[in-house]
Design a protein around this ligand. Sequence first.
Ligand code: HEC
Ligand code: HEC
Ligand code: HEC
Ligand code: HEC
Ligand code: HEC
Ligand code: HEC
Ligand code: HEC
Ligand code: HEC
Ligand code: HEC
Ligand code: HEC
Length: 310
Amino acid sequence: MLKRYKTMLQNSWIWIAGLALALSASQATSAAKATKKPVEWEALNPAFNGATFVNNPETCRICHQDPMDTYDETMHAQALKHTVTNGGCESCHGPRSKHIENPTQELAFEKLTPAQQSAVCLQCHEGGNRFGWKAGAHRANDVICLSCHSVMEKKSERALLAKASAPETCFQCHGEVRAETNKTSHHPVREGRMDCASCHNPHGSTPGLLVKNTLNETCYTCHTEKRGPFLWEHAPVRENCANCHTAHGSNHRNLLASKDSFLCLSCHSYGGHVNLPRYNRVSNPYGSGCVNCHIATHGSNHPSGAKQTR
Ligand code: HEC
Ligand code: HEC
Ligand code: HEC
Ligand code: HEC
Ligand code: HEC
Ligand code: HEC
Ligand code: HEC
Ligand code: HEC
Ligand code: HEC
Ligand code: HEC
């Protein structure tokens, strides 16, 4: 028994590799697998009563050539070619036999509540980034998948977004953030080097819909050198980067929440400062004084860096 356990350990890399393989395989097929648990169309909308799946998009083409031409450019057209509902139309639109005989609006998507509309998409997209969707701020405010995604027409390079880019998609409702990203100091969102989803998971449920559980963890994903640990920590940095920085934009340099020395003086008193006489001569505290000497404001690893001066 023990021996077997030992060889198992010796071969543990095989187990790990196997597990990793199994995991990646299950991820790859998760979307397809979920279709085995289709939505209850009749429960969503009684007008589906008695309808069956046509299972042939060519039937739809007879009357819907135009929307199908644009749909054919989307990732779904490729990905759902061989699903149970052949082409996927009825995965989202429900069984359509009655509709073909008598086309009306009564089966339309818009007849469903916001939560039901999203449920149609979630039959295949429940996991991954959407793990927290049901508890998230967007769903709680009746924002639906289609607020941000366009599925019948490809309008963005990636992720079937409703507008050409993620920021444009978000600015439909968050116009105030656009104004912030236009300030002099800003994350390079408008330059296209990063976007809203670099920091936010719009499907998530963390406070502020951030990609990580806390604000600081979110910042560390790119600014790893600020994580520390430092020999001499600066308490407000460890607590929350937003004690001093804004994330979207600021008219003060370095995304600072206020002008340098005012920022420091909002927590520190300046009277009695060791360098007071010299300090007054060298640089006015209302200029950009403090960090001229306290260069290690995020923390210091220097043996004598307790006062962040090195
Ligand atoms: C991923 C889900 C999904 C798939 C797959 C899908 N649709 Fe749609 N379709 C929608 C949604 C949501 C709307 C309503 C919002 C909109 O128009 O974008 C819609 C709207 C439509 C409309 C009405 C709007 C218009 O432009 O006339 C038609 C017709 C239509 N779809 C046909 C089809 C056909 C045919 C297929 C298969 C070739 C298909 N859809 C595949 C989700 C889907
Ligand atoms: C005989 C023609 C015809 C066929 C075949 C047909 N449709 Fe339609 N469809 C229509 C008409 C007409 C409308 C508009 C109804 C209205 O505005 O009252 C419509 C509307 C729609 C809509 C938007 C409103 C709604 O009911 O959701 C969707 C989605 C749709 N069709 C999907 C499909 C799909 C999927 C198929 C293939 C399984 C299909 N249609 C086959 C004629 C047809
Ligand atoms: C029948 C299953 C199914 C349904 C229903 C479905 N999807 Fe998808 N979706 C897929 C598959 C398969 C892919 C391909 C990528 C993958 O495996 O995740 C995909 C891809 C996507 C992508 C990524 C596109 C890209 O370019 O990366 C988005 C966004 C998306 N779906 C949104 C939606 C929305 C919104 C709805 C509801 C209107 C919906 N899906 C309904 C199966 C589905
Ligand atoms: C508030 C806007 C917003 C809403 C609401 C939203 N999405 Fe997204 N979604 C995005 C953005 C932005 C991306 C691109 C993310 C990225 O770049 O990593 C995305 C990416 C995706 C992707 C592809 C990448 C991934 O995360 O797997 C899928 C699939 C997807 N969304 C499905 C959905 C479904 C299903 C819903 C509804 C339950 C939904 N989305 C609601 C904005 C949104
Ligand atoms: C259809 C409108 C709509 C779109 C599009 C939209 N949002 Fe929202 N968003 C809301 C609403 C409504 C709320 C909740 C009320 C509020 O806080 O303003 C919200 C809240 C938020 C919050 C704050 C959550 C919290 O916990 O305080 C963030 C962050 C956010 N959205 C990011 C995004 C991002 C990123 C995008 C684009 C990928 C986006 N939103 C697209 C409507 C939208
Ligand atoms: C560098 C990371 C980062 C980027 C990029 C980013 N955000 Fe934020 N966003 C944050 C942080 C951090 C918060 C504050 C969250 C909190 O207080 O919990 C926030 C808050 C928000 C809020 C809540 C209201 C507010 O202003 O505090 C909205 C809405 C929002 N962001 C939308 C967006 C949109 C839209 C984009 C893209 C144009 C975007 N964000 C890009 C980090 C970012
Ligand atoms: C997805 C990566 C990413 C994340 C996450 C991120 N940043 Fe940044 N940050 C950048 C990039 C890229 C720059 C621009 C660097 C450049 O221009 O050389 C930057 C620049 C900055 C600057 C300097 C701005 C200036 O005007 O010079 C500050 C301060 C900053 N980030 C703080 C934060 C804070 C606080 C957070 C968390 C809320 C955060 N960053 C999250 C990528 C990121
Ligand atoms: C006590 C206030 C304060 C806090 C809290 C703070 N910073 Fe800063 N940060 C500053 C100041 C002041 C500057 C400008 C430094 C300079 O000019 O030498 C700066 C500059 C930066 C810069 C750009 C220059 C550089 O050093 O790379 C980045 C990136 C940055 N901070 C990230 C962060 C992150 C990430 C956090 C949270 C872990 C954080 N800051 C917390 C005050 C703070
Ligand atoms: C949000 C409040 C806050 C802001 C803003 C702030 N600090 Fe601090 N700072 C603190 C706290 C709390 C401590 C830890 C005090 C302690 O341990 O007694 C500290 C410690 C220090 C120390 C070490 C003090 C000692 O006695 O060891 C220095 C130096 C310092 N801060 C300089 C600055 C500078 C320079 C700025 C502006 C870039 C700044 N602080 C901004 C809260 C703040
Ligand atoms: C000319 C350089 C210089 C400037 C400018 C400066 N400091 Fe200092 N500061 C020092 C030195 C040197 C010390 C003491 C270091 C030591 O004891 O090792 C110190 C100590 C401190 C301490 C710790 C106080 C204590 O009693 O130990 C705080 C807090 C502080 N400074 C905040 C600030 C703030 C806030 C500003 C801007 C308004 C500022 N400093 C500007 C050089 C400077």
